[in-house]
Design a protein around this ligand. Structure first.
Ligand code: NDP
Length: 340
């Protein structure tokens, strides 16, 4: 493609203001912005599908964390897959599909070394943002490396109908868990977890205290808790864990929109009494596991033994709504935005 044919403008979603508590539409701006032609060793990508992730909520705050905060007036960013429409890198040709981190915009100009090729023949493009992408690797690393899952364990996972949780439970079942229990926020999700994903038990955390429901679902206790939620789920899991139980601390979505710091579990002495361990992790630190993950998981996706679902919202202008909807629990499986 010659430079004359490049688009001059494209839509992007910017951070308009920082939320306090729950984010709202007024925190986002949709703006037509000039498209930058790629420089040396750069590519121009037309984004086709992008991810909205819980971690983006943290980046809307002006707080030091493992990734820098979004800046007011700047476009948001996050995982996206698109098609290369101009290339000044020998690594990529026009027409290639690439995964990169400049989502929330129609067109992304980026350094070629910040993109990786993905195959539209091997899997639908959205899968590289979910089951075969960052959430998939999170489930894999969290279960096997962090929680040290072993055959015969009873596993409890919260956020079990979501992108990460749905895979955690299925991987545990596939690798010989004695029992897999999930929690989620609606009766339909409970049905999905047990009937479609094959978990042994599930409950709606909104129906009754988590501790009560977990104790009923796991009368012999649990060995592993994969924590996506924090809060009362974490306290309930600590109570249910057997001696030498392990917790993979993956996320704490129940407190992401809290305006004030929330109290921790009240039963911490159980760590001592039951010799429990809890380890937090960030998937970005585990890139070296990507190859093994792909080798193990891609065939399961292809032969259908690992089920994955997506909830898709159409149109980049609706990306804020997709993000807010995901925080409200409107997704089953991975929440994606179809940019076109
Ligand atoms: P999901 O696809 O699970 O979507 C988020 C879900 O969270 C919603 O669908 C909703 O489901 C649930 N939720 C929202 N509010 C609450 C609440 N108050 N209590 C319980 N559940 C709630 O997201 P992901 O799979 O992408 O992420 C899951 C978790 O993993 C998050 O905490 C995220 O931050 C974390 N994560 C961590 C990574 C790491 O490197 N450590 C990497 C990727 C994700 P419901 O209807 O069931 O309430």
């Amino acid at each position: 493609m010659t430079s004359q044919q490049l688009p001059d403008k494209g839509l992007e979603i910017r951070l308009a203001s920082r939320p306090s508590g729950w984010p709202a539409h007024e925190n986002f701006d949709a703006v037509e912005a000039p498209v930058t032609a790629p420089g040396d060793q750069q590519i121009l990508v037309r984004n086709k599908v992008m991810s909205v992730d819980p971690a983006m909520r943290g980046r809307m705050n002006d707080a030091k964390s493992y990734v820098p905060p979004f800046q007011i007036g700047e476009p948001l960013s996050g995982g996206a897959v698109g098609e290369v429409i101009a290339s000044r890198s020998a690594q990529f040709s026009v027409g290639d599909h690439v995964l990169h981190q400049l989502g929330w915009r129609e067109y992304a100009t980026l350094d070629a070394n910040k993109a990786v090729t993905v195959s539209a023949d091997q899997a639908p493009l959205g899968a590289y943002l979910g089951v075969l992408g960052m959430p998939g690797l999170t489930a894999y690393v969290g279960l096997f490396d962090i929680a040290q899952f072993t055959e015969g364990d009873t596993v409890f996972v919260s956020g079990a109908a979501g992108a990460v949780g749905s895979l955690v439970g299925q991987l545990a079942k596939h690798h010989g868990a004695a029992k897999v229990i999930g929690s989620a926020g609606s009766a339909e999700k409970v049905r999905y977890i047990t009937e479609d994903l094959g978990f042994d038990a599930a409950f709606n955390y909104k129906d009754a205290p988590v501790g009560q429901q977990l104790a009923k679902a796991a009368p012999n206790g649990i060995d592993v808790y994969f924590d996506n939620v924090g809060g009362d789920h974490l306290e309930a899991a600590i109570a249910a864990l057997n001696t030498f139980g392990r917790i993979a601390a993956c996320g704490a979505i129940s407190v992401y929109n809290a305006a004030e710091p929330q109290p921790g579990p009240r039963n911490m002495f159980q760590f001592v009494a039951k010799r429990l361990s809890m380890r937090g992790f960030i998937v970005l630190d585990h890139a070296e596991r990507r190859h093994q993950f792909f080798t193990d998981v891609a065939p399961m996706v292809q032969d259908g033994s690992l089920r994955y679902d997506e909830t898709t919202v159409d149109g980049l202008r609706n990306a804020p709504e997709a993000f807010l909807g995901m925080l409200r629990g409107e997704n089953t499986g991975k929440m994606l935005v179809n940019i076109g």
